[in-house]
Ligand binder design. Structure first.
Ligand code: ZN
Length: 544
């Protein structure tokens, strides 16, 4: 990276309390035009990294990155598909031409100049789930090497009636990780498939086709050594209507197969169809960085509590109505960065903790949780002795709330800590209102959760807060305004109308939970039935 002098750090507030003014100053700084909307791999990144390091230094943190530095490299692969030279299904020798972006949407995460699938046999794999803890394996012994895996979206029990044996096995309407498209692509790659295609359904996916095709063939992944590159030349979605026609033409009853896929004795179905595609690919590797500061533990420095937020936002875009070109993510997630800075400042006012506190500013969350994923694949602090990851990603800015929103109910014991410390503030816990959207799998904490680290996510998008002024109706209005107008857009800017009293409450709860762990020997755990429990329990010995 370019060496850039740190932006002049502000002198911290003298009081140790979490301060709305300090939060505001951090957010206003990070959203200045000089940071260019904080897109990974830009000059705006270099300035952001410089600023973060300057702040960590001013707070008195020690470097927490690789080899005594402040950072960890995050090599990113950026790809963009051009117009395909070939794109069709073939059913019993009859071609079915496909309109790219309309009938099918694909992208690639292979660093190659062409993405080619040549008459590869298609296999319907149902929901494509391998969940030993639930006694479920959709693949049985079917070999997918070189084939195209065709998936249904969401969990095997998403569409099940109450009297079906699968009902509730995968959290009912709430999505488990097995329901996410990311899981399905990972599973297809683990099995050596050449392509993975998910049948789109708006309700089960949680969003319409326009969301699926909005990246227009662009994708970001972690740049990997050759032997670790995904087996998938292409990954993506078939539109519902096109899938129906494909199955009809192949003499398969999609409705019946959907029912069959809800049973644990399901076996993959060769479709008698093949997929051909040949796309030119523009690809580049971009160097980005995660940033870390730490407060070393006194008694057990090898045990760490990691606070996380993502420094990246959406960079430059077309001008909005006010002429703003930078999508600087004031709330998402400059506010989270400001929150963990405040938490660090408060910890520094206390006696040295027994365990190490790590403050992590992740890169490339908006590109698919990539900075945190790089970290989880190359952890600086052993994951088995990472006590917890506490993540802040979007806080509400509409004032004090009578409740706090819990995401991922039933997953781990940190939800009990959340209830305890919210109660101490006179607040109650409200469960997220749309667990089928799978928000629990859509922030950086999840990269660590996947490897068994206990996590807690604070994200105000998960349900309407019961605001002191205006109740839940006002809380819903805030969400509707934010997600409807500002999410990932230039309008996600700081405003003098922000009321950070609720955000400060949330930051305080996250501080309290971390503090209760920092001076104790307690290890949070996953609850029975969590898909992450087995992974954690496997390393239980090192925590005795
Ligand atoms: Zn975010």
């Amino acid at each position: 990276m370019m060496i850039v002098a740190p932006v002049q750090a502000q002198s911290p507030d003298q009081s140790a309390d979490i301060s709305a003014d300090e939060v505001t100053r951090t957010v206003r700084t990070l959203t200045l035009d000089q940071f260019e909307g904080r897109a990974p791999g830009t000059a705006g990144e270099d300035r952001t990294i410089g600023y973060l390091i300057g702040r960590f230094q001013a707070l008195g943190l020690e470097p927490g990155g690789v080899d005594g530095s402040w950072t960890q490299p995050v090599p990113l692969l950026h790809t963009r598909l051009g117009k395909p030279d070939a794109l069709d299904f073939s059913i019993n020798g009859n071609g079915m031409a496909l309109n790219p972006g309309k009938d099918i949407y694909v992208s690639t995460l292979q660093p190659k100049d062409r993405a080619v699938v040549d008459k590869a046999e298609m296999v319907f794999v149902g929901y494509g789930v391998t969940a030993p803890e639930r006694g479920w394996d959709d693949f049985k012994d079917v070999d997918l090497k070189g084939k195209v895996a065709v998936f249904l979206v969401n969990d095997p029990d998403f569409a099940a009636a109450a009297d079906e044996t699968v009902a509730g096995k995968f959290g009912g309407r709430a999505m488990t990780y097995y329901g996410r498209w990311t899981y399905k692509f990972e599973e297809a790659s683990r099995r050596g498939a050449v392509a993975a295609l998910i049948v789109h359904e708006t309700e089960a996916a949680g969003y319409g086709w326009s969301v699926v095709e909005s990246p227009q063939g662009e994708n970001y992944g972690i740049a990997k050594p050759d032997d670790e590159v995904t087996s998938l030349a292409l990954q993506g979605w078939i539109s519902g209507g096109t899938a129906q026609k494909l199955f009809d033409d192949a003499g398969l009853d999609l409705a019946k197969l959907r029912v069959a896929a809800r049973k644990s004795d399901f076996t993959p179905v060769p479709m008698g169809a093949s997929f051909t595609a040949d796309y030119p690919v523009e690809q580049e590797t971009v160097q980005s960085q995660n940033v870390f500061g730490k407060i070393p533990g006194k008694a057990r420095p090898d045990e760490t509590i990691i606070y996380g937020a993502h420094w990246d936002a959406y960079g430059e875009g077309p001008p909005d109505a006010e002429g703003r070109i930078y999508r600087a993510g004031a709330n998402d997630d400059a506010l989270g960065i400001a929150g963990i800075m405040e938490i660090a400042r408060k910890f520094k006012s206390l006696p040295q903790p027994d365990r190490t506190i790590v403050i992590a500013a992740w890169s490339a969350e908006e590109r698919g949780l990539l900075g945190s994923e790089v970290y989880a694949q190359n952890p600086i602090y052993p994951l088995e002795k990472t006590v917890a990851n506490l993540t802040i990603d979007v806080l509400q800015t509409a004032g004090k709330a009578k409740d706090v929103i819990l995401i991922g109910k039933g997953q781990g014991t940190l939800e009990d800590d959340l209830a305890k410390y919210a109660k101490a503030q006179g607040r109650v816990v409200t469960e997220e209102n749309l667990p089928e959207r799978g928000l629990f799998f859509r922030a950086d904490h999840f990269s660590l959760a996947k490897r068994g680290v206990p996590v807690l996510l604070m994200m105000s998008l998960a349900g309407a807060s019961d605001l002191v002024e205006g109740g839940r109706k006002a809380g819903q209005k805030w969400i509707d305004d934010y997600t409807g107008n500002c999410y990932h857009a230039a309008c996600d800017a700081w405003s003098p109308d922000w009321n950070l009293d609720g955000a400060v409450q949330d930051i305080n709860v996250m501080f309290d939970i971390g503090e209760s762990l920092a001076y104790s020997e307690r290890w949070p755990e996953w609850k029975a039935g969590s898909e992450f429990k087995e992974r954690r329990d496997a390393s239980a010995d090192v925590r005795r």
